[in-house]
Design a protein around this ligand. Structure first.
Ligand SMILES: [Ca+2]
Ligand SMILES: [Ca+2]
Ligand SMILES: [Ca+2]
Length: 271
């Protein structure tokens, strides 16, 4: 065999033996944002109620992630405030059951940005975050309170952050293969905007097709509320019980189902 053929063969063997390197084998990303509404072109954060970030942790590396600490920082355009911030681990089945010690801490949750939350997990008997772990492990909430017009047009951002007391900056994961920094899809920023108060055209027409309320509108609302379906274009149309809260919520769905199937009270007309 000639030298050049040997080289080609060696390269081929290396190519076949070495595992493919993915830049995002271990990572964290904001997967879900609750509290969006849409003007038909863009998603905006509601200015009332609560914004919830569902945060996904995943491990597709060959190592088990034994423990990790992470912090998140919520910032906003200068002068903007909200009521408070919270953090909660999803430690039920399918969540963080691989871990025993979980700290969910509010380091600074007073609603005056920046707010800081921290999260710390140690491995359980199953050894931590195994290969293939991919769950919404954590939720971070921003409670806005009712009708905060100072939010309108301003921006809320979520980023990874410093976790005291050890001073790890950004992300520090300790696996059996050593420490490494996972991928992170932030910082992510979103604009607050109050819904158009004059969009109401037909109460109950949640899917915005000009007719209703009918089964399609109910299905649209349920999909939004429970399975990540698209937000409604006009909140007033989906505010079935006309209570002014971010719509549709569970109360709106129950009200509409009760009206359609059980002779419940009718819907207020648009103003
Ligand atoms: Ca603060
Ligand atoms: Ca409709
Ligand atoms: Ca409502």
């Amino acid at each position: 065999m000639r030298n050049s053929q040997l080289h080609i063969a060696a390269v081929l063997v290396l190519f076949l033996v070495l595992p493919a390197q993915s830049p995002a084998q271990v990572g964290v990303e904001v997967q879900v944002v609750e509290g969006f509404w849409s003007d038909g072109q863009q998603n905006y954060l509601s200015t009332t109620g609560e914004i919830v970030f569902g945060i996904r942790y995943y491990n597709y590396s060959d190592s088990t992630v034994g423990s990790f600490r992470s912090g998140y920082r919520l910032t906003a355009t200068s002068g903007v405030q909200w009521d408070h911030t919270w953090i909660e681990g999803n430690d039920g089945p399918g969540g963080l059951w691989h871990f025993t010690i979980i700290t969910e801490e509010c380091l600074d949750c007073d609603g005056v940005p920046p707010d800081l939350v921290a999260f710390n997990a140690m491995p359980a008997m199953f050894g931590g975050m195994p290969h293939g772990y991919d769950e919404e492990a954590l939720r971070v909430g921003v409670v806005l309170g009712d009708g905060n017009e100072t939010l309108n047009g301003n921006t809320l951002c979520i980023d990874s952050s410093f976790f005291p007391p050890n001073g790890n900056w950004l992300w520090s994961y300790s696996g059996f293969g050593g420490s490494f920094v996972p991928a992170w899809n932030g910082p992510l920023c979103y604009e607050f905007r109050g819904p158009d108060p004059d969009c109401c055209s037909l109460r109950g027409d949640a899917d915005g097709n000009g007719t209703g309320p009918d089964i399609a509108d109910l299905v649209y609302m349920v999909a939004y509320a429970f399975s990540g379906g698209p937000p409604v274009i006009c909140q007033q149309n989906a505010d079935i019980d006309n209570d002014g809260l971010l719509a549709p919520n569970i109360a709106d769905i129950v009200y509409l189902a009760n009206y359609m199937f059980d002779g419940g009270p009718g819907l207020d007309p648009c103003p």
